[in-house]
Design a protein around this ligand. Structure first.
Ligand code: SF4
Ligand code: SF4
Length: 427
């Protein structure tokens, strides 16, 4: 048995089933990423991580566990990584982005649940993802109804902590989230056996801020009329950012940015100058969901920005550093994580539309794709306001609903191609 199979077997994984996933991924990856021309060299690191996605990082996590550290799995950008890091823990994002895991999730969930939830539950219960086996504890949050109830099912199989997210942004909601963060500090202290003091928390805030700044720098490169990197590649980097070591990722992204900034100076663009610039807004795109980016970028468009949780919502705004007390640090975390993340689970949520409009200007976009996962009621309903306002502001908007299956790919391609042609005709 090779090293990876031994590790997966020790994790209690279903090896036969998992082999099917391992057999399919390289082909899919090759088709989406390796067919691109003129990719930046800095993508080599991310190619390497993706090529052994269930080998290299899981082995590192297991080694860290042997050294006494806890691995914490999360599903949402509301859970503050800083608290986990301050307890000497390691964060790994757990959202499932493959159809491969969906049928297993459907064994316990209603079929009309969003694919992200079905895949996440399926990856754990089907024992076909090492990250879902390695994590010592999962941290969920009360965002949408599907997730809330799915966490109850997961809690029969794995230790879970749930953060209770208020669904408004009134002063009492802000105070409640402050308290939720301080409670989470206590949970992490008890679970890890490590006291979190203000110095450790400030240090963790700094580490995550540096990662955010690197990702902001990456996105800034896409604002230029010369686009030095494809949307597909940026999406991959964002997906890897959810589970890679934060300091290593920061260094890799910064070094890639040096190359991209040089490309901009030398006018080296990955896309033709007249390619329609597309902003994607909507629900998150968990690894290995590359479907929409691939369709847009193989139909003549270029994705220059994502207003979603695997995009700008993950890194926009930093957390105030050098806090004096735990209470001050909790407020600083609330300011960034609660006040400034505009998920459709809030009511009302007009700030998200303001964000889309601001980003559309900053990234000089020609059209907006509003892409939501099937059965996500929150985003589908909010779409009423999003589409109306964007159109009022003069933007060309196409709203699409999809899942992780390939069966609608051609239909989506037809609609996206018509949208891109319409943009080009009006340019
Ligand atoms: S869309 Fe909302 S619920 Fe989903 S990951 Fe983002 S913040 Fe969390
Ligand atoms: S996409 Fe929608 S339904 Fe799915 S987990 Fe996110 S908020 Fe919930």
């Amino acid at each position: 048995m090779d090293k990876n199979h031994q590790m997966w077997s020790d994790l209690g994984m279903d090896l036969d089933k998992h082999d099917l996933l391992c057999a399919a991924l390289p082909g899919a990856y090759g088709d989406v990423f390796l067919t691109q021309e003129n990719r930046p060299q800095g993508m080599d690191y991310f190619n390497m991580v993706a090529a052994d996605i269930h080998g290299i990082r899981p082995a590192e996590l297991i080694q860290a566990q042997k050294e006494g550290r806890k691995v914490i799995g999360t599903f949402c950008v509301f859970v503050p990584d800083e608290v986990i890091i301050a307890a000497n823990g390691i964060v790994t994002g757990l959202c499932g982005g493959s159809q491969f895991w969906v049928p297993e999730g459907e064994k316990v969930l209603p079929a009309n649940t969003c694919p992200l939830i079905k895949a996440s539950v399926g990856a754990r219960l089907g024992r076909t993802c090492p990250y879902f086996r390695i994590a010592d504890m999962f941290v969920g949050e009360t965002t949408c109804d599907g997730k809330k109830k799915a966490y109850e099912i997961l809690s029969e199989d794995v230790k879970m902590h749930i953060m209770h997210l208020p669904h408004g942004k009134r002063p009492q909601d802000i105070a409640a989230w402050d308290k939720e963060i301080l409670d989470f500090v206590k949970v992490m202290e008890d679970f890890s056996g490590n006291k979190i003091d203000i110095d450790k928390l400030n240090q963790a805030i700094h580490i995550v801020n540096e990662k955010r700044k690197a990702l902001q720098r990456l996105y800034n490169c896409r604002k230029n009329s010369c686009v030095p990197i494809s949307g597909r590649d940026v999406l991959l980097i964002m997906q890897i950012a959810f589970f890679d070591d934060p300091e290593r990722l920061t260094a890799q992204v910064n070094s890639l940015c040096e190359e991209l900034e040089k490309r901009i100076k030398e006018d080296v663009s990955i896309a033709p100058k007249n390619a329609p610039r597309i902003l994607i807004t909507g629900t998150p795109m968990a690894v290995p969901n590359w479907k929409m980016h691939n369709i847009v970028e193989t139909s003549g468009g270029i994705v220059v920005c994502e207003e979603n949780c695997t995009g700008t919502r993950y890194f926009t705004n930093t957390v105030k550093e050098n806090n004096k007390t735990m209470e001050e640090a909790a407020s600083a975390l609330t300011e960034r994580y609660f006040n400034n993340i505009h998920c459709a689970c809030f009511t009302p949520n007009p700030e998200r539309i303001d964000d889309i409009l601001r980003l559309a200007k900053e990234y000089q976009v020609d059209g907006i794709l509003n892409v939501n996962l099937k059965f996500c009621n929150l985003y589908a309903t909010e779409n009423y306001f999003v589409e109306r306002r964007l159109k009022e502001e003069g933007y060309k908007v196409l709203s699409l609903e999809t899942d992780y299956e390939d069966s609608d790919a051609e239909q989506l391609r037809t609609r996206v191609s018509a949208f891109l042609e319409m943009i080009e005709a009006n340019k």
